[in-house]
Design a binder for this molecule. Structure first.
Ligand code: HEC
Length: 207
């Protein structure tokens, strides 16, 4: 009788200890996963900030780029933030494997069109109550491979209006350039502070 009791108490104790170990391991594993996601988010967010800052410098310096310092003549060269951004994104992708993309729901260049995931996030950025400047990200699996995707909204600054305000307020040299190069352009008519689109990044989690 007594030995039976000891046996069952011992089994109970083993069960309780096992459950507690499993639970601890589970929360530990969850902590690691939460921390990794936080690290990924930080990496993605600062990478995008760097690209946003570079693009902003190009936008603010359009006159420096397009006005001949000797004659003062204006010659629009088409060295615009998005093109510089694409070139930087390509070089950066070769160096790091991270894929950066500038996209929008209202496109100037159709090659920048968003994929389904980006479209879903861009629609959230457009909501009136969406917290300004906040990015969204998640771990996904595509073709059996794990990736981290993250996107941040980009907003229209004063310097962007040179090329994204209404057509009639756009310098004729720029307007003609845009009309010739982008026949399906939807990216006129913005005002300062509008969501212009987003910059997205894909980080492979395979290595
Ligand atoms: C000097 C003209 C010019 C200025 C200034 C400018 N853009 Fe653009 N923007 C363009 C052109 C041209 C394209 C298409 C580039 C391409 O072919 O990929 C474009 C494309 C984009 C795209 C990619 C999506 C699309 O519609 O194809 C985004 C996003 C964008 N611009 C945001 C901005 C923001 C934000 C600013 C200000 C920081 C800005 N632009 C300033 C001319 C300009």
């Amino acid at each position: 009788m007594c030995s039976k009791l000891i046996k069952s108490s011992f089994s109970m104790l083993v069960l309780v200890i096992s459950i507690s170990i499993i639970r601890n391991n589970y929360t530990y594993a969850q902590d690691i996963e939460n921390n990794s996601v936080k690290c990924l988010q930080k990496l993605a967010d600062s990478t995008i900030n760097m690209l946003v800052a570079t693009r902003s410098v190009i936008a603010k310096n359009q006159d420096l780029i397009n006005i001949d310092p000797v004659t003062g003549n204006y010659y629009f060269k088409g060295f615009v933030p998005a093109l510089v951004g694409s070139e930087i994104a390509n070089d950066f992708s070769l160096m790091t494997g991270y894929k950066l993309k500038q996209t929008s729901l209202k496109l100037r260049n159709l090659n920048n069109r968003p994929d389904e995931w980006e479209k879903k996030i861009l629609n959230k950025f457009e909501l009136p109550k969406y917290p300004k400047g906040t990015g969204l990200g998640e771990i996904l699996e595509t073709d059996g491979k794990k990736i981290y995707r993250y996107m941040k909204p980009i907003y229209v600054e004063k310097a962007c209006l040179k090329c994204h305000t209404s057509k009639d307020k756009t310098r004729p040299e720029i307007r003609k350039f845009l009309e010739r190069k982008y026949p399906y352009d939807q990216a006129f008519g913005y005002k300062e502070g509008d969501v212009r689109g987003g910059i997205s990044i894909i980080v492979s989690l395979e290595n």
